[in-house]
Design a binder for this molecule. Structure first.
Ligand code: IMP
Length: 176
């Protein structure tokens, strides 16, 4: 691995405060209807845990899917594959997908199409981070934690070559 520096961008406390706000907003928007949450693994598991704790409803069900679009580097390979599939059916469900970050938009728009093909009644997206400048596909998440600049970030679930997912904050990884 080449030399790098880690620059802290968003603290764990800030993320948890934002997750509370987002959770309340989501609960209000769903107005008591059942919410079927699909957490995108591995990047969104930490934020997903924060978010679902803060959606005050007893109508929430949970599943996860593992996708791959990055091949251990800082660039998306453009090909989105399902590494581990859902366990539950989404047919007829109002689905809330929880993502770690929306960058080019390819991964999430492929997943949205995939869930609609399986018969989901609606698919909304909540993302911890939104990298608007990296966008290559026309896609707008419904709920955004934080807007960030076009830089490579790690921590709070996000990895570089499978490392740094355990950092309790989001940081920019600066290569020297
Ligand atoms: P997209 O398809 O380009 O929108 O990328 C989505 C996926 O790529 C995310 O779910 C992340 O797993 C990964 N990704 C995008 N940007 C970053 C980054 O800055 N750091 C780590 N992973 C990233």
């Amino acid at each position: 691995m080449s030399d790098y520096k880690i620059k802290k961008l968003i603290s764990g406390d800030e993320i948890q405060i934002r997750a509370k706000e987002m959770g309340r907003k989501i609960a209000g928007d769903f107005e008591g209807r059942p919410i079927h949450v699909v957490v995108v693994q591995l990047g969104a598991w930490m934020f997903g845990a924060d978010l679902i704790k803060n959606i005050p409803t007893n109508q929430l069900t949970l599943d996860s899917i593992q996708l791959s679009s990055y091949k251990g580097d800082t660039e998306s390979c453009g090909l989105v594959t399902v590494v581990r599939d859902l366990v539950r059916r989404v047919k007829g469900q109002d689905v809330l997908v929880v993502e770690d970050i929306v960058d080019t938009g390819r991964t999430i728009s492929e997943l949205q199409k995939n869930l609609k093909r399986r018969g989901a009644a609606s698919v909304q997206v909540a993302t911890m981070l939104n990298k608007q400048d990296g966008r290559e596909i026309d896609f707008e998440p419904d709920y955004v934690g934080f807007e960030i600049q076009d830089c490579f970030v790690i921590g709070y679930g996000l990895d570089y070559q499978e490392r740094f997912r355990n950092l309790p904050y989001v940081a920019e990884m600066v290569f020297c």
